[in-house]
Design a protein around this ligand. Structure first.
Ligand code: URA
Length: 272
């Protein structure tokens, strides 16, 4: 900066304002720290590694630990998820899990809401800003619309269990990457097993493609029944339009209404 180190020129102010706007448009909506950090190198400093060939090397200059491969991350997620015998244990395993980078930028884990005994489980994409702040899924505007959708067929949060395929908020509400989603998938599968619902509802493309293993677009796949394999037990699963999408495309609420009627029919069919 020019001149006195405390003064900022009008040009610099304009440039900084432009930069902040650009960050916001790119989805950067929180500052984690004032300085960039190499977290992998920091981890290495905490746990210096010695090798047989050069036992002193770690004390001289810390070498960054190789990041776990995607396969190793998935395996560690599978092991952690399989170890959980209850939803509380699963929550604890997720709190201890370091295989998803979103954990570093999210405020907290957003595990679930609703009734763990419910026969309907609803799975969304990932927490947004309100969910990240409050620690509960679907509490923002999309959540309020979801509540209205459920009420339209006589349901509320006592009748459903709600979670997200990714339990940490992606910065700027971007879609979780395939790496983030697959790191969290074993936990979501285990969560479904532990809740043991009779019906699974996937909200939006991300949850649908992840849980139903399809690349089909949400407009084509929504409203039709599929089978979800819950550790060997097949349960009916339906894809619906995400309430956040319906807030942007209110004219598509008619499709959501058709899908809700399908859901109501299936609830009658599976009974209690
Ligand atoms: N959108 C989601 O997919 N999940 C939430 O919890 C909130 C908004």
């Amino acid at each position: 900066m020019a001149g006195n180190s405390n003064s900022v020129s009008a040009d610099e102010t304009r440039a900084l304002a432009w930069l902040l706007r650009w960050y916001a448009e790119m989805g950067v909506d929180l500052a984690v720290d004032a300085e960039p950090h190499d977290r992998f190198a920091e981890k290495d400093l905490e746990k210096p590694r010695r090798t047989a060939a050069s036992p002193e090397s770690a004390t001289r200059r810390p070498q960054p630990l190789p990041a776990l491969s995607a396969d190793a991350t998935t395996q560690s997620a599978r092991d952690a998820a399989a170890a959980a015998r209850t939803l509380d244990e699963l929550r604890a395993e997720l709190l201890a899990f370091e295989g998803c980078a979103l954990k570093a930028t999210a405020t907290q884990l957003v595990f679930a809401d609703g009734n763990p005994e419910a026969k309907i489980m609803i799975v969304g994409e990932a927490p947004g800003a309100d969910e990240d702040r409050l620690g509960r899924p679907f509490v923002g505007r999309a959540g309020q619309l979801l509540d209205k959708m459920l009420a339209a067929i006589g349901l509320d949060r006592r009748h459903v269990y709600i979670a997200n395929v990714v339990p940490w908020r992606p910065p700027g509400n971007r879609t979780p990457t395939p790496i983030e989603t697959s790191a969290c998938l074993p936990f979501m599968r285990r969560q479904i097993e532990l809740v043991h619902p009779k019906i699974l509802v996937c909200l939006g493309a991300a949850a649908t493609q992840t849980l139903l293993g399809t690349r089909e677009g949400i407009m084509r796949i929504r409203g039709r029944w599929h089978e979800y394999d819950m550790a060997g037990t097949k349960i009916p699963a339906i894809a619906m339009l995400h309430p956040a999408y319906l807030l942007r495309q209110p004219s598509h609420k008619k499709f959501a209404w058709q899908d809700l009627r399908e859901l109501a029919k299936m609830i009658k069919k599976v009974g209690n």
